[in-house]
Write a protein that binds this ligand. Structure first.
Ligand SMILES: Cc1cc2nc3c(=O)[nH]c(=O)nc-3n(C[C@H](O)[C@H](O)[C@H](O)COP(=O)(O)O)c2cc1C
Length: 158
């Protein structure tokens, strides 16, 4: 049976919820929050699933560092990649391209762009301003679709 590690970063919890749905769909998997501490040894897993969310066009620096630091090891693993974000279409695809190193993107066995959530009650003043002005959203909205995560998980098979 394959062993799965899901390494993710989140600010308000959307990506964590996505990671949880993927973990539960896989049956047995380990999830690791890259902002909270070191992940278990990657050597012990067959699949490494890496996910993060997009702020001002960029994925969290912890995700970038994880990919860079483990680039050699990741070459030997089966990899799945995902982002959570509010944009869709070409903008979302561009954000995905910029989130992960090219080699990893091209060799990944599964890729996904999941819809995100914007909760105005969780944001600070500056964030609310940025969201209204640049994303054009004026109230809380969710594009989070659990069925997309379950479908992504179904692709993470040998
Ligand atoms: C200040 C701010 C900036 C954001 N910038 C972007 C962006 O550039 N592109 C995008 O698609 N989504 C953007 N989002 C939406 C987030 O990606 C979305 O809220 C996501 O669900 C956050 O996931 P997390 O809670 O796991 O961090 C932004 C959200 C905030 C609050």
């Amino acid at each position: 049976m394959s062993r799965y590690l899901i390494a993710y970063a989140t600010r308000y919890g959307t990506t964590e919820r996505a990671a949880t749905i993927i973990r539960e769909s896989l049956g047995e998997a380990v999830a690791c929050n890259l902002k909270k501490g070191p992940c278990p040894n990657l050597e012990n897993f067959d699949w490494i699933i890496i996910g993060g969310s997009i702020y001002a066009g960029r994925i969290q620096k912890e995700v970038k560092k994880f990919c860079q630091k483990n680039s050699d090891l990741l070459r030997q693993k089966k990899v799945g990649l995902f982002i959570c974000c509010m944009y869709d279409g070409q903008k979302a695809e561009q954000q995905f391209r910029e989130a992960f190193p090219e080699e990893l993107r091209l060799t990944a066995r599964a890729r996904a762009i999941f819809g995100g959530e914007l909760s105005f009650d969780k944001m600070n003043f500056l964030e609310k301003f940025v969201i209204r002005k640049f994303i054009g959203v004026k109230e809380s909205v969710s594009r989070f679709r659990p069925e997309e995560m379950a479908e992504f998980a179904s692709k993470l098979r040998d």
